[in-house]
Design a binder for this molecule. Sequence first.
Ligand code: KIV
Ligand code: NA
Length: 266
Amino acid sequence: RKRVRTRHFQNAKENGIPIVGLTSYDMLSAAIFDAADIDFLLVGDSAGNNVFGNETTLSVTVDQLIPLTRAVAGAAKRALVVADMPFGSYEGGPDDALRTAVRFMKEANAHAVKLEGGVRSAAQIRRIVDAGVPVMGHIGFTPQSEHGLGGHIIQGRGDGAEALLADAHAVEDAGAFAVVLEMVPSDIAGRVTKELRIPTISVGAGPNTDGQLLVWTDFAGFSQGRTPRFVKQYANLTQVLTDAVTAFRADVASGAYPAPEHEYEG
Ligand code: KIV
Ligand code: NA
């Protein structure tokens, strides 16, 4: 099981082999996904919501994401581990962005970083790539700018298509090895995928891309609240754990746990 590298992303696109990614925030889930040959694990700033219980992704910090990224990188033997640069850690400019990327590489053993924005983030992407750190772009709906965008709104519709294409080309020209398209209509995502040399990864951008990515707590039925339309739920971990904890509590109440096989002899 050889480590997935950015060149494998490029080969996958050229050979029409879909790239598969999930988010992960901890060692246990990372080990399972890695053993199942998930190609890349994104330590998303969605950890702000799914680990730390924040309302949006905006408040999570680099200091919070570094230990999670280190845990995922330690468990991933094959998958490429991508550290998500949180809001406020790269907008100040290329120096700012490089400083954050270097922290994720040195302190968390990440293999690549991701940051949001196309044209507006091109200079940051370029600086990080020039330092030898692979960058995954992220365009379309970018959750860190949800207040600027006016909510969770599908991007690239109608007149927005040209802006999305400009963002896609800016990310590619800046040297990114792949780009996430979030909440984009399938036809425009297909157009971006055809125009770019680098692979496109869909999060709610339909089937016409080079890969798919989901937030792991969504795909596994372990998230709180509503999940978006594009999510397919492959398990119901909330139900599994609810049943388990209910049974544990009942067993302790009835004396069924611990049983003789759980006891140590003197
Ligand atoms: O933080 C995250 O989980 C993400 C993906 C949804 C693209 O950025
Ligand atoms: Na993110």
